[in-house]
Design a protein around this ligand. Structure first.
Ligand SMILES: C[S@@+](CC[C@H](N)C(=O)[O-])C[C@H]1O[C@@H](n2cnc3c(N)ncnc32)[C@H](O)[C@@H]1O
Length: 521
């Protein structure tokens, strides 16, 4: 039977090894119930916008609110997070300085920091638990630094006020055992200085409250960071803000106008996932049923497409199959000849069409904007490019980017636009007598080059709003624009004269790709 709750955590921060191992956490006192802790955490943020942690309008706990109007595309705050850890399999970012060694937009690679073999505690635990994830390493570091007296009491107390979903996790015997095993391993590795109950609570708490470390140049995250104020932000699949990191800092910027008094929201997962995948992940990892407007409208669209709810599971299965098909194609591209079924991209496209056709009524077609089709098309585009086939790459990149319904100041929009520009540059550099251009329906090189400038200009504007002018990524795109404009004869992109050249060229290129001309560009 559970013992009387030892409310140690809320009095002194983490429980110590001398405290009772009480495995029934006391009812949570949300962070907004402690104005002193809220103040201490908000003071760490670099911002000129008044921010407040108070009872959420969306969840049953706390939320972060704007105290003044915030225009779309503005920095809300930046912060040096309490902890940040890269996934072990990340092969691009330095675990020490967080610099990206991979070239951006065809630039030169930066040398990676030499990695030294270390005999420290973290390496000991990595040797013992090699499958340690970034989340679990954050829990380990918290306990480690707590043991060294480096975690301040307000931080420890604030952490214990965050949602852990401990009771939800421990209801499932398999997950409960997994979390307990990790808690025991990290506690042991840090010298058993805290009680097991604290370590056991901390492991799921870190999973629920860490944000994805999404670099500016990448669509996927490379690790996780824990920052207490950021952990109070609730989720929406159509959020009004987004989080990214560059260098050592974590940045939160607005995606839409946020009025004074509005709650700030971010998307906890990859926003390009389809509604069923998002809902399943949110339920599994964050223990809530998302009822945001985007989820509702996407489900409504699916129902009206199918005309019958009983067909929804088959559609959702098809969405999973498309993700898995593209995963196989990407894997095959890394090991040519090993997965021959996926080497030929025309065959992959046929498989894609077969999956889509099998999931919807014969008199309907899969809408081009319905996920994961736009993402699949962009993946196909980059794979075609790798195989030296810029023409099918161009068709897929145009369809993937221009049919997808991303917000035009969001990070995904910018990353996709940069992919499209990359494809356009390669296609526009084909020699005029290239075999790929023998098909006379393919747009002229002149048209492809003209649209390249227009898309690059749009990417520059989008990057400024999504990441700000100080971002290395925005600067990189801007620099590229400068270099390309210097080489371009004729009118300067961004002028009225350029628009007069761009619009008809874009119309011809889009018509060839099968994209309605009125669509976003
Ligand atoms: C990172 S925490 C957000 C802060 C949390 N509200 C608190 O009081 O500590 C994530 C948890 O907040 C809740 N949450 C976040 N977004 C939500 C939403 N859109 N609907 C319902 N609950 C949500 C869920 O319990 C989720 O696991």
């Amino acid at each position: 039977m559970a013992k009387e709750p030892a409310k140690t955590a809320n009095k002194t921060g983490f429980g110590t090894a001398d405290d009772d191992d009480d495995f029934t956490p006391p009812p949570r006192d949300p962070l907004h119930a402690h104005p002193d802790l809220c103040k201490a955490n908000l003071e760490r943020l670099v911002t000129d916008i008044p921010l407040e942690i108070r009872a959420s309008n969306i969840s049953s706990g706390s939320g972060l609110f704007a105290g003044a109007d915030v225009e779309a595309g503005r920095e809300i705050y930046n912060v040096y997070p309490t902890m940040k850890v890269l996934e072990a399999n990340n092969d691009s970012f330095c675990h020490y300085c967080f610099e990206d060694s991979q070239p951006m937009l065809g630039g030169a690679s930066k040398p990676k920091q030499p990695t030294k073999a270390c005999t420290g505690d973290e390496c000991k635990i990595l040797k013992k638990v090699p499958q340690m994830t970034a989340h679990n390493l954050i829990a380990h570091r918290l306990l480690f630094w707590q043991g060294k007296g480096c975690i301040t009491k307000p931080v420890a107390k604030s952490l214990m006020c965050l949602e852990s979903h401990f009771n939800d996790i421990t209801k499932d015997p398999e997950r409960s055992t997994e979390v307990l095993d990790v808690a025991m391993a990290v506690r042991e590795a840090t010298g058993n200085k805290v009680n097991l109950a604290t370590a056991w609570k901390l492991v799921p708490l870190v999973r629920v409250n860490s944000v994805r470390l999404r670099p500016t140049s990448k669509k996927e995250s490379v690790g996780y960071a824990l920052d207490i104020s950021t952990a109070t932000i609730n989720h929406s699949c159509d959020p009004n803000a987004h989080v990214f990191f560059e260098g050592q800092r974590l940045y939160v910027r607005s995606l839409k106008k946020i009025a004074a008094g509005d709650e700030i929201t971010i998307c906890y997962l990859d926003p390009t996932l389809d509604v069923a995948a998002r809902k399943a992940l949110l339920k599994r990892e964050y223990f809530f049923d998302c009822s945001c407007d985007r989820c509702k409208s996407e489900l409504k669209e699916q129902r009206s497409l199918l005309g019958d709810d009983t067909k929804l599971p088959a559609l959702h299965q098809a969405q999973r199959d498309i993700i898995s098909l593209m995963g196989s194609a990407v894997r095959a591209s890394k090991y040519p000849g090993v997965y021959p079924d996926y080497d030929n991209l025309a065959t992959v496209e046929t498989k894609l069409r077969t999956i889509m056709a099998g999931a919807i009524p014969p008199d309907k077609t899969w809408p081009e904007h319905m996920e994961p089709l736009p993402s699949a098309r962009l993946s196909l585009a980059m794979l075609y490019l790798q195989q030296g086939k810029p023409v099918p790459a161009l068709r897929n990149a145009l369809k993937g980017r221009l049919f997808s319904v991303r917000r035009d100041i969001g990070p995904d929009w910018v990353n996709e636009m940069v992919d499209l520009v990359t494809v356009c540059i390669v296609a526009g550099s084909l020699p005029p007598d290239a075999a790929a251009l023998e098909d006379k329906t393919v747009p002229s090189l002149e048209d492809i080059r003209t649209v390249t400038y227009g898309f690059l200009l749009a990417a520059c504007h989008g990057a400024l709003k999504a990441f700000g002018g100080d971002s290395e990524y925005s600067k990189g795109i801007q620099e590229m624009m400068g270099v390309m404009v210097a080489k371009r004869p004729g009118v300067t992109p961004g002028t009225k004269e350029f628009a007069a050249e761009f619009e008809p060229a874009q119309a011809r290129v889009l018509t060839w790709a099968g994209v309605p001309v009125k669509s976003e560009s």
